[in-house]
Design a protein around this ligand. Sequence first.
Ligand SMILES: *[C@@H]1O[C@H](CO)[C@@H](O)[C@H](O)[C@H]1NC(C)=O
Ligand SMILES: CC(=O)N[C@H]1CO[C@H](CO)[C@@H](O)[C@@H]1O
Ligand SMILES: [Zn+2]
Length: 496
Amino acid sequence: VVLVTQSYETLPIELESLKAPLQDYSSVDNGLGEEVVVLKVPGLPGNRLVYASTGPVNRDYDDVRRFSDAAVNGVNRALKAGMQRPLLICPSHSNYEKNTLVAALGALQALYMPIEVREAKVKPTQYKVCVLGLWVPHEPLGQRLVDMASALESGRLVCRDIGGSDPERMAAPRVAEYVQNLFRDSLVQVEVLSDVKALEREYPCLAAVNRCANTIPRHQGRVIKLQYCGEGPIQTTLMLVGKGITYDTGGADIKAGGVMAGMHRDKCGAAAVAGFFQILAKLKPSHLKVVGSMAMVRNSVGADCYVADELVVSRAGRRVRVGNTDAEGRMVMVDLLCEMKEKAVEEVSPQLFTIATLTGHAIRAMGPNYSIIMDNGPAHSTGNATQWQKAGEVLGDMFEISSIRREDYEFHKGKSEYEDILQCNNLPSTATPRGHQTPAAFLIMASGLDKHGVDSDKPLPYSHVDIAGSSGPFPGVPTGAPILAMATNYILSNAH
Ligand SMILES: *[C@@H]1O[C@H](CO)[C@@H](O)[C@H](O)[C@H]1NC(C)=O
Ligand SMILES: CC(=O)N[C@H]1CO[C@H](CO)[C@@H](O)[C@@H]1O
Ligand SMILES: [Zn+2]
């Protein structure tokens, strides 16, 4: 038994029997509320109890992540103790409607095994545990909890597999293969574009980044298109573009001084898009249509790499001056966003998104554990960023909100007659004021979304999501941000 709770004093009546041993133990250890402890409790399954307290949950500044953090610690301790069949008990808490599910997701995060390890070991008997049990007071609650935790976790697993794996295992062609296998016989349609001529024609900014990697067959870029269409009349259409840089060397403005390590994680935006589709495939929400594009490209250095100063004409017909090849994320997404914009006019209530580990500045600004969301005019006027932030709080997938301002547009205006738009300055985002906001303005300008503002004939709500901070630590395992917030906002809110 792994018990995750704020305080054993307030355990519900069904768990009364766990109180006495904890009371007894607390008489010799004041640290019970802070450290994870293992107690011998005769009569319990396995005769032992792991107690992982959340500590006091301060409603002024704490949030439901206290429960997932405690579950991670509890399960890790259980693994150390050699438990093969942990039963997670996290009784409900009056301030957090979904704290039990959040704890279950924390436990599952701790039990994740990287795809490289799974593929090398093959035998399920070598997984971290045989089974994870979840305790609930009534059986029907249990089925719902298991279904929900399994569906959400399967999406995060896909996200971690793609986002967390090394640049060869998850090179673009192999990501395409993984995604095709994953969605075979599901409601998600997959289309993979690999023809370099077609990529150059349809997505010139993406093709510029891909030019160097394209000389090495196993590193060649892919655009992976996904589509899900739920039953019943469609009420909302989500259009998602994910950044999938399988490795970011920085290009010829190369990442120097030891900052290149970890850059296989630059594909976590596209990985999140795939993960969200996996949740759609499992939960099959009605009235919802989702269209996704994963921009899988390697930003390599070599004789044919794109360089600063080049002029590239975007799909929307804007002449873009490359300022820094390390600003490749916006390049690979912008023409896919433009294509979404073209399609959006035929969709029911479309909402467009880019999801990307885009800027170091996002981490500088908000710290490592927060996604940042920024609305364009139409999305801002309906309060979409605020809605995402609220949805994120339910399962502990946290957001900060930023605003796109006039300075951000000004920053990307062409500096001479040669170009309409400047892609980037010559500094890293961390050394640039408003370094995480300006790329959103670039994406709006170079995709032509600026023609779909609040005052236009056809306003299109668009939000840019920067997950550079929240995607997870390296070394370490990707978090799966922001798919829990997305699932809460667009699937769970309708289903229950
Ligand atoms: C981010 O969250 C993790 C997990 O809760 C925690 O271990 C880490 O200390 C946090 N980082 C910062 C800088 O707060
Ligand atoms: C909370 C909120 O108003 N969300 C909005 C997000 O954008 C779509 C499309 O414009 C609206 O329909 C939602 O109401
Ligand atoms: Zn880069």
